[in-house]
Design a protein around this ligand. Structure first.
Ligand code: PEP
Ligand code: MG
Length: 564
């Protein structure tokens, strides 16, 4: 018997069964160039393969969040145009042109320090793999191809299509060496209630094909070749977990309200229309963070007003409550391929977020007009990122007011009482929270950047990852200060950084007085169930103790299993 500790589960549950090892083979392109005369035939071959892949995705897809996202990728003119330029201009064969294009797109996405955006690379790879198989005439059996008995699937990497093709009655659980918790494999596993761990590096070398394993995707452990007593123990744990899960699912239409009546809104963080649709099914109160960067990253130039308006309007119409759209937050680690920001020694402290938008007024106004127009169709809200001075907020609000006047002159409708708020994610925003609160309609605390800037710890640097801790007293006290300023000014205070979805921190966050927690939609059922079982008075007491903790470890110890 061997025990392997693994990272935080992507989808909770316990699976016991035979391990099925799956290693994906990458189809390599032939490097030979074609003759100029053959270019138009080669392009035709690529177009046919793309059209055929698109038809298949459409067949698989309607109503599926994953395949709708894949259709958007297959329809993206950028892929077709880039491949076409390589075939007709550089005389590359269709497979090589596609492989290079896919690699370029993926390199761009995977360099970003944002798990959500990085995971979109898996979708691009999946769609391109589908087209490649058609070009090479290779049938796509996928991971599901060889599975004919109940197994726990252990793979290097599963594409979203692999995951979507899995038969729930034959796959008891999933472990992958690559991938992140906000990727589609993770999302899909959560949707199916399938225990899963992704990003367990080296796992395919540790688990032999055909061995018996226990995947404990609750406490994060894999046990290979368990003895009888261990198997018995985990079978009982699996039964208990299933019962708890059923009770939790029964609460999905219920509000997150404590036994003594304190209500907190539970909202979703999203990056696309497909995400909004998926989140709507989780019983959310609204969208607390719509990261608009993805819309910009998918294009090969700044999207125009009509293009953006259509995207924002569709999101507002699909969301059950309000949608807080964050205005463009690029620079730093998130780069637009068509707008590189070069020559900065400290990009995280450089020309990014609101600073860039305030310098590029026309592009900023284009986005604000599109957002205002979308507000005629629902409760669209606007949220400014990376604010660090009152002057920045005043200028952003001034530009928003100018956009309102332009739309009025044009006769375009928008919501007159549209709410405009700001992210609290810099120490300056915390220190001057009173002044900011007097000027805007809501706060949303971004704990990812706030932790980075308060602690001076790069959020994307693995070497210092151990020091990146949002439970650090300096971060918790910053949160408390922002909440207090919001309270005093009578504006709601939300949290949309990763900490908001941390279930063991949920009672603490409630106790700190947050009005809204916004997180990956799949985290909502657990957080809801935890909060419904707590009392606000107990949570406030816990928050008081956590605020006087001297270290992050002391604060974490107070959370324990989350019971105040
Ligand atoms: C944050 O900084 O906490 C946040 C939500 O924004 P992002 O992660 O997109 O920078
Ligand atoms: Mg941020």
């Amino acid at each position: 018997m061997q025990r392997i500790s693994i990272r935080k589960p992507a989808s909770k549950g316990i699976a016991i069964g035979e391990a099925y090892l799956y290693r994906r083979k990458k189809l390599e392109a032939d490097r030979a160039l074609i003759s100029p005369k053959a270019a138009s035939r080669e392009l035709g071959r690529f177009q046919d393969a793309l059209a055929s892949a698109r038809r298949r995705i459409a067949e698989l897809g309607s109503g599926s969040e994953i395949f709708e996202a894949h259709l958007e990728i297959a329809d993206d003119p950028y892929i077709l145009e880039t491949v076409a330029a390589k075939i007709t201009g550089e005389f590359k064969n269709a497979e090589l042109a596609l492989e290079e294009t896919a690699d370029e797109i993926m390199a761009r996405f995977s360099a970003i320090d944002d798990e959500y955006l990085r995971e979109r690379a898996a979708d691009v790879a999946d769609v391109c793999g589908r087209v490649m198989r058609r070009l090479k005439g290779v049938p796509g059996a996928g991971a599901a191809g060889g599975i004919d008995r109940p197994v726990v699937l252990v793979a290097d990497l599963l594409t979203p299509s692999d995951a979507a093709g899995l038969d729930r009655s034959l796959v008891l659980g999933i472990i992958t060496a690559e991938g992140g918790n906000s990727g589609h494999v993770a999302i899909l596993a959560r949707g199916l209630g399938l225990p899963a761990v992704v990003g367990a590096s080296g796992i395919t070398d540790m688990v032999p094909h055909g061995s018996e394993i226990i995947l404990d995707a609750v406490d994060g452990e894999v046990i290979v070749d368990p003895d009888d007593a261990t198997r018995e123990e985990y079978s009982a744990k699996a039964r208990d977990y299933r019962e708890r899960r059923r009770a939790m699912e029964g609460q999905s239409g219920l509000p997150a309200v404590t036994a003594d009546g304190r209500r907190v809104l539970l909202c979703a963080n999203v990056g696309s229309l497909a995400d909004v649709r998926g989140a709507a099914a989780c019983g959310i109160d609204g969208v607390g963070l719509f990261r608009t960067e993805f819309l910009y990253m998918e294009r090969d130039a700044f999207p125009g007003e009509e293009d953006q308006f259509a995207a924002y309007k569709a999101a507002v119409q699909a969301a059950p409550g309000f949608v807080a759209f964050r205005t463009l937050d690029v620079g730093g680690d998130k780069e637009l391929p068509y707008f590189p920001v070069e020559g900065e020694d400290n990009p995280a402290l450089g020309w990014r977020g609101i600073r860039m938008c305030l310098d590029m007024t026309e592009a900023f106004k284009t986005q604000l007009r599109a957002l205002l127009r979308a507000s005629a169709f629902g409760d669209a809200r606007i949220m400014f990122p990376m604010i660090s001075s009152v002057d920045e907020l005043d200028r952003a609000l001034g530009i928003l007011a100018a956009c309102r006047r332009e739309l009025e002159a044009r006769g375009s409708a928008f919501r007159p009482d549209l709410k405009a708020g700001m992210m609290v994610e810099t120490p300056a925003a915390v220190m001057c929270a009173d002044e900011f609160a007097a000027r805007c309609d809501f706060f949303s605390i971004g704990t990812n950047d706030l932790t980075q800037y308060v602690l001076a710890v790069d959020r994307g640097n693995r070497r210092v990852a151990g020091s990146f801790d949002p439970l650090h007293p300096a971060v918790l006290r910053s949160v408390a200060k922002a909440v207090e300023a919001g309270r005093a000014a009578g504006i709601p205070v939300a949290m949309c950084g990763e900490l908001a979805g941390n279930e063991s921190a949920a009672p603490l966050l409630l106790g700190l007085g947050l009005d809204e927690l916004s997180m990956t939609a799949a985290q909502i059922p657990d957080v809801r169930s935890i909060l419904r079982a707590r009392s606000y008075s107990g949570c406030r007491e816990l928050a008081g103790r956590a605020l006087s903790a001297a270290t992050a470890a002391e604060a974490a110890a107070l959370l324990g299993d989350g019971q105040p």
